[in-house]
Structures are given as structure tokens and as C-alpha cells.
Design a binder for this molecule. Structure first.
Ligand code: OAD
Length: 246
């Protein structure tokens, strides 16, 4: 892989870097990407049948079972070298913001702090009626009841058609508008509003680097592209930018 000198200078000299990750960064940890997760066992379902409030109210057992299956995969998975590089970057770059669409918590397990969970976290549960967070673990079986009001609990994730939590949206917009370099890693760039952040950053003067296995709808606007598995590209990029890294 050839990494341009311009990109390395930009990485070394940027005081503010904002990174947006998608499910591709966890693929090498053995967690299928969002769209790949709908193959195999779940091939007969569309995202709308599993990740919408309507789907949950129509068939809570089915949706809960899908989340239980994903939670089990996540709990067996370990962060990979791509997560680890991002965890180290937070101490190298003064203004480093990590936004993730992933609900798997692997960035935090790799050591990243202050991760902005744009789509929530699958390991938490909240009340489907009042939205309050609970300590109830997301057990298998049927959806548990809220200890306060007995409504069904739901995973604390953002479903299609739902809004991004206010604080996450505010931080994401601010960090995108303020950065000098915006990096999108392992995201298909088709789910909004996350997909609009790269353009927002560019419109305010940032350069945009895309790291992905394939081309995406964001590729044509990228200033730099590194194509391949994130778990290989990020360690190479880190080594090239900061050769003192062991
Ligand atoms: P997708 O499943 O849509 O896309 C995964 C992206 O990762 C694709 O562009 C792949 O080419 C890329 N990819 C796969 N393996 C990779 C690897 N090893 N290294 C680098 N890239 C790789 O996942 P997301 O973009 O995260 O939202 O999906 C965005 C949102 O769509 C999810 O958060 C979820 C879903 O709907 C909600 O549930 C609201």
C-alpha cells in the first residue's frame, strides 16, 4: 500500500482529527457488518423487519432474539488492531474525536475513552415507553419488563426512523465542523445523518480520508482513499505517520 506524503503530513500536523467508524471496523473481530448480519440465519429478513420501532412492537420476540444473537457474537469478540490504533491516536492528537455507528463497545474495550456512540450500545437496555435507562441486563428469551412501569425494555440503540441522541448529534456536528482531517472507516456511507458528516467537515475546510474494503458513495468526494481491511491499513498508517510506534 502506498501512503502519500501529503496524507502523512496532514495526520502528523492536524491538531483536530475526527474519525467516524462503521461496522466494517469490527468485521475482522468476527462481527458481521450490519448488512452481512442479515445473511445466513437472518437472510429472510430486511433491516426494516428487525431494526425499527414498528418491527419491535409487531414482533418483540423476533427482534429481541436478533439482538440476543448479535450480543452473543459481540461478547465473544475481541478488539482488533484497527480499534487499538484508534485508541492510541487519542493520546497523539490533541483534539481527537471518535464517533462510531457501532453498538458493540469494542472501541471502549480497546482503550478509547469519550467515544461518541452515535447509534447507541447493544449491551444497555431502556424503557420502550419512557426512554429511561435501566440496569436490567439484556437477557435472552423474551424482552424483560421495565422495573418502573412494566413496559417492555428495548435495546438502547437507534433504530431506522429514530433520531440520534441529542448529545451525540451535537458532538458529532461540532467535531466534524471543527476538524482539519475527517476519517471514515468501514462505513457504507448510506445511512443518514452519519453519512452527511464527511461532507459537513469538507464544507468547513477539512480534508477527508476514506478507509474501506470497497468503494462507497462517499468515495468520489474523498481527498485520500486507502482501500483494504481496516485491521491492516490502520497499523500501517500509524507506523508510517509515527515511526517510533512499536
Ligand atoms: P454496513 O454494513 O452498511 O457497511 C459496512 C462497510 O464496511 C462496507 O462499506 C464494507 O465495504 C466495509 N468493510 C467491511 N469489512 C471491512 C474491513 N475489514 N475493513 C474496512 N472496511 C470494511 O455498516 P455501516 O456503514 O456501519 O444503523 O452501517 C451504518 C448503519 O446502518 C449501522 O450503524 C446501522 C445500519 O442501519 C442502525 O442500526 C441505525
Amino acid at each position: 500500500m502506498t501512503i502519500s506524503g501529503d496524507l502523512l503530513d496532514l495526520i502528523r500536523n492536524s491538531q483536530r482529527i475526527t474519525v467516524l467508524t462503521g461496522s466494517g471496523i469490527s468485521a475482522e473481530s468476527g462481527i458481521p457488518t450490519f448488512r452481512d448480519a442479515l445473511t445466513g440465519l437472518w437472510a429472510n429478513y430486511s433491516p426494516e423487519e428487525l431494526a425499527t420501532p414498528e418491527a419491535y412492537y409487531k414482533n418483540p420476540s423476533l427482534v429481541w432474539k436478533w439482538y440476543a444473537w448479535r450480543r452473543q457474537l459481540i461478547s465473544q469478540a475481541q478488539p482488533n488492531p484497527a480499534h487499538q490504533v484508534l485508541a492510541r491516536m487519542q493520546s497523539r492528537v490533541a483534539g481527537f474525536t471518535l464517533l462510531t455507528q457501532n453498538v458493540d463497545g469494542l472501541h471502549q474495550r480497546a482503550g478509547s475513552t469519550s467515544v461518541v456512540e452515535y447509534h447507541g450500545n447493544i449491551m444497555r437496555t431502556r424503557c420502550s415507553r419512557h426512554g429511561c435507562m435501566t440496569d436490567v441486563p439484556p437477557i435472552e428469551g423474551e424482552p424483560p419488563a421495565c422495573p418502573e412501569c412494566s413496559a417492555m425494555l428495548r435495546p438502547d440503540v437507534v433504530w431506522f426512523g429514530e433520531s440520534i441522541p441529542n448529545h451525540a448529534q451535537f458532538t458529532a456536528v461540532t467535531a466534524s465542523e471543527d476538524c482539519q482531517l475527517f476519517i471514515a472507516i468501514g462505513t457504507s456511507g448510506i445511512v443518514y445523518p452519519a453519512a452527511s458528516l464527511a461532507q459537513l467537515a469538507q464544507s468547513k475546510g477539512a480534508r477527508f480520508l476514506e478507509i474501506n474494503l470497497d468503494r462507497t458513495p462517499l468515495s468520489s468526494m474523498a481527498d485520500f482513499r486507502l482501500q483494504g481491511p481496516a485491521g491492516e491499513i490502520l497499523p500501517e498508517l500509524e507506523q508510517a505517520a509515527w515511526p517510533d510506534v512499536r
